[in-house]
Design a protein around this ligand. Structure first.
Ligand code: 13P
Length: 269
């Protein structure tokens, strides 16, 4: 039986020195001691990865990079960090294709697909980020855009790969705006993502799909209660360790409702 265990990830973006990151981990770990049934991760900047991974070592806190190179494991690619190097730093996974990478650094679907491949080959869990812009949503193209982004990833995957990846739906208009998607929008998109995945890889694929975009301790349970939402990718509200711990606790308030709504989905596979 494949379980879609909940996953909450804090994406720190370009925040926190090594010293600040270590202070954060020291404050967060005791807060996670009682936590059961939920995977927790943070995604620090590259320079803090190995220190944070060492500090989290053996604790229920995973460490993800925010990106990996499309090339690797080594080569003449100034400024890039390969998936193998991220793995060696002690990470369990990496964010791939975040909308800020797509927007500001020109990452195309092809680049995102190549990075996903590299992460998988290095033994990292990729969290591949998808999402439409406001203009795309307003023109009625949101489902189509996200499906295109999803299929671009899926095309390069085997059935086995498809079981080792997480998708994050992050509508661009909801990121850092304080304007989260409504639960209806999130549920409809997550259902669509799951349907495409199941059509491609079978109902047992048990894909985890996270929601991201202005998630807070106040609204997280509205999302985690939804039948097709398996957790959250959190930016601003993950930057304080106590605030993030509170958000994690609140996320579990949504979990029983989710199970009651769709008991059979958990047994898929
Ligand atoms: P915010 O939670 O700050 O809106 O950021 C979301 C995000 O981009 C997480 O990857």
């Amino acid at each position: 039986m494949l379980m879609r265990s909940p996953l909450i990830v804090g994406n720190w973006k370009m925040h926190k020195t090594v010293a600040e990151a270590l202070g954060y981990v020291t404050a967060l770990l005791p807060q996670l001691a009682e936590l059961r049934g939920c995977d927790i991760a943070v995604a620090p900047v590259f320079t803090a990865l190995s220190s944070v991974a060492a500090a989290a070592g053996g604790a229920p806190l995973q460490v993800f990079a925010q990106d990996v190179a499309a090339e690797g494991p080594t080569g003449a690619f100034t400024g890039e960090v390969s998936a193998e190097m991220v793995k060696e730093a002690g990470c369990q996974g990496a964010l791939i294709g975040h909308s800020e990478r797509r927007r500001y650094y020109g990452e195309t679907d092809a680049v995102v697909s190549a990075k996903t491949r590299r992460a998988l080959d290095a033994g990292l869990l990729p969290i591949v980020c998808l999402g439409e812009t406001l203009a795309e949503r307003e023109s009625g193209a949101a489902l189509e855009v996200v499906e295109r982004q999803l299929r671009a990833i899926a095309d390069a995957l085997t059935e086995d790969d498809a079981r080792r990846i997480v998708i994050a739906y992050e509508p661009v208009w909801a990121i850092g705006t304080g304007r989260a998607a409504t639960p209806e929008i999130a549920q409809a998109m997550h259902r669509q993502i799951r349907s495409v995945w199941e059509a491609l890889f079978g109902a047992g694929a048990a894909l985890r799909v996270l929601y991201g975009g202005s998630v807070t301790a106040e609204n997280v349970a509205d999302f985690t209660a939804l039948p097709d939402v398996d957790g959250a990718l959190v930016g601003g509200a993950s930057l304080s360790p106590l605030g993030f711990a509170q958000l994690i606790r609140q996320s579990q308030a949504g979990a029983p409702a989710r199970q009651a709504a769709k008991p059979s989905r958990e047994a898929d596979g």
